[in-house]
Design a protein around this ligand. Structure first.
Ligand code: PMP
Length: 454
């Protein structure tokens, strides 16, 4: 029931940070989150809301962790900042880099730090193009990505991403980036096509793009193992191994964006391990500190690192806050928590399978639901007018917004993107939290059904 004007006001309140107080923001439709604890957030009206979105912001160990606050406090007192280049470093980024090399696939051993996922993808783009130039192939600079992908909001991030509305505001994308179909079986599989076959066909779109450009002109393919902001698009298991085979065949680098999937969400430390592939770069960010500090880590494979070292001289890269000591101290403490509490194993063996079963048994049969899907603790619910025909409601995502608003009003924060509800809860969720979330989703779906068919 929102008018465009109301939505624009909400958006303005969110993004422009006008000089205003809580009351004005509230009146414009913004919710003011004032504090948070464990899996819950609390707003200025005193509502307690279970945060099924924390994991998209990647507060994976939950809110209010003393250990992380203490790590930041001690590091700030000891050494709040010194730069990590010009022949200098500080201890925490070095310790963190070592730790990340141990967690990443065996051939991934080097790290560039930054503050955000967008910065890390920007660096990754420059890095792979620089790599091919060092290899004597400067023309090998084309990057293949996917439609509707999200890789950040800088010019490079937006260009790598495939979101149309963002491209329309770019005023000129970074050249030589092309976008192919996403592995979204629910909408794109052909009648009678198996999941396996669809995965191979979606991978073939990458091969076609390589052949069209000529492999001698293609630097890399970039993708999120599971598209997050783009609607939790979970590829069939045939997809990634086939992409890897194609990349190796044509000597195209494989870049993974694990800003959402990294550090446990899929039941492994990296989704690369869940899908059994070995990338040349892995972009990671917010989950590295559970969002308690801005920090990103671009993990770099040995092939690129060796060329850089042997032929490279210097890669002119570095942000003021690269390897920020406080952010790295918090990341180390965050990895300690994930390890000590066994959160990665818990997602793989307990909460991940339970989440999948709960969505299947308690949500999938609802008349508004076209499909549920999940992998680890990442899930999606497709909202449809007609289950059998997959017909959507009019208004491009309007129905999902109705479901979302009922969910929030009933104490569950989740997100609608297009006609898809996405869930990405913190890794601390238990079976009980999943039960509670399903109860609230069910209620929201019932109320939305009444509204939408009123
Ligand atoms: N890549 C992916 C997959 C993301 O989800 C995001 C953030 N939502 C980014 C990149 C950009 O990260 P940041 O917002 O930290 O710049």
């Amino acid at each position: 029931n929102y008018s465009l004007k109301q939505l624009q006001q909400v958006d303005a309140a969110h993004h422009l940070h006008p000089f205003t107080d809580h009351k004005e923001l509230r009146e414009a439709g913004s919710r003011i989150i004032t504090r948070a604890e464990g899996p819950y957030i609390f707003d200025s009206e005193g509502n307690e809301i279970l945060d099924a979105m924390a994991g998209l912001w990647c507060v994976n160990v939950g809110y209010g962790r003393e250990e992380l606050a203490r790590a930041a406090y001690h590091q700030m007192k000891e050494l709040p900042y010194y730069n990590s280049f010009f022949k200098c470093s500080t201890p925490t980024p070095v310790l963190l880099a070592k730790r990340l090399a141990e967690l990443a696939p065996p051939s991934v051993n080097q790290v560039f730090f930054g503050s955000s996922g967008s910065e890390a993808n920007d660096t990754a783009l420059r890095l792979v193009r620089h790599f091919w130039a060092l290899e004597g192939k400067p023309q090998k600079n084309r990057i293949i990505s996917r439609k509707n992908a999200y890789h950040g909001s800088t010019v490079a991030g937006t260009s790598l991403g495939g979101m149309e509305p963002m491209h329309q505001q770019l005023g000129g994308a970074v050249p030589n980036i092309v976008h192919v179909m996403m592995p979204y079986a629910y909408e794109l599989a052909l009648p009678g096509e198996s999941d396996h076959e669809f995965g191979l066909r979606a991978a073939k779109a990458v091969e076609d793009a390589i052949l069209e450009a000529g492999p001698e002109n293609v630097a890399a393919f970039i993708g999120e193992p599971i598209m997050g902001a783009g609607g939790v698009k979970i590829p069939p298991m045939s997809y990634w191994p086939e992409i890897e085979r194609i990349c190796r065949k044509y000597d195209v680098l494989l870049m993974l964006d694990e800003v959402i999937t990294g550090y446990g969400r899929t039941g492994e430390w990296f989704a690369a391990q869940s899908f059994g592939i070995t990338p040349d770069t892995i972009t990671t960010a917010k989950a590295l500190t559970s969002g308690y500090q801005p920090l990103s880590a671009l993990l770099v494979g040995d092939r690129i690192a060796t060329t850089l070292t042997e032929k490279g001289g210097e890669f002119y890269h570095g942000y003021t806050y690269s390897g920020h000591p406080v952010a790295c101290a918090v990341a180390l403490a965050n990895l300690d928590i994930i390890e000590k509490e066994g959160l990665v194993e818990r997602v793989k063996n307990d909460t991940g399978p339970y989440f999948a079963q709960a969505l299947r048994e308690r949500i999938a049969d609802h008349p508004l639901v076209g499909e549920v899907r999940s992998f680890g603790l990442m899930g999606a619910i497709e909202i449809v007018r007609d289950k059998a025909t997959k017909e959507r409601f009019e208004g491009d995502g309007r129905a999902a917004v109705v479901v979302r608003d009922h969910a929030i009003a009933n104490g569950l924060m989740l997100r609608a993107t297009g006609d898809t509800m996405i869930l990405s809860p913190p890794l601390i969720w238990t079976r009980e939290t999943i039960d509670l979330a399903c109860e609230r989703i069910g209620k929201a779906l019932d109320l939305a059904h009444k509204d939408l068919f009123a």
